[in-house]
Design a protein around this ligand. Structure first.
Ligand SMILES: [Zn+2]
Length: 91
């Protein structure tokens, strides 16, 4: 009698983005989250998170990504929108 053995392998991947910050004073209050957040210009956000600036603009216009101050984007909502695990390391 033949015995078959079946092995299941589950692979989980996590995408963690680590951002080194120079100073806590870079934090600003986001009116939408109600907390202190690091902000990104659209250009920096697209470089750091590797996404198309047009997608960022669209996400911002529907409120999925918050505009914290002026055209700066709220880092917390960016991480949530992009489903990224973001860690901030202070220099
Ligand atoms: Zn926010």
């Amino acid at each position: 009698m033949e015995h078959r053995r079946r092995t299941e392998i589950t692979i989980e991947t996590r995408n963690v983005t680590i951002i080194r910050t120079s100073n806590q004073s870079d934090l600003v209050d986001c009116g939408d989250c109600g907390g202190s957040v690091l902000t990104f210009s659209a250009t920096n956000a697209s470089l750091v998170f590797g996404i198309d600036p047009a997608e960022l603009h669209r996400a911002s216009s529907i409120g999925a990504v918050h505009a914290a101050i002026g055209s700066s984007l709220c880092g917390r909502s960016l991480a949530t929108y992009l489903k990224r695990d973001v860690r901030y390391i202070e220099d």
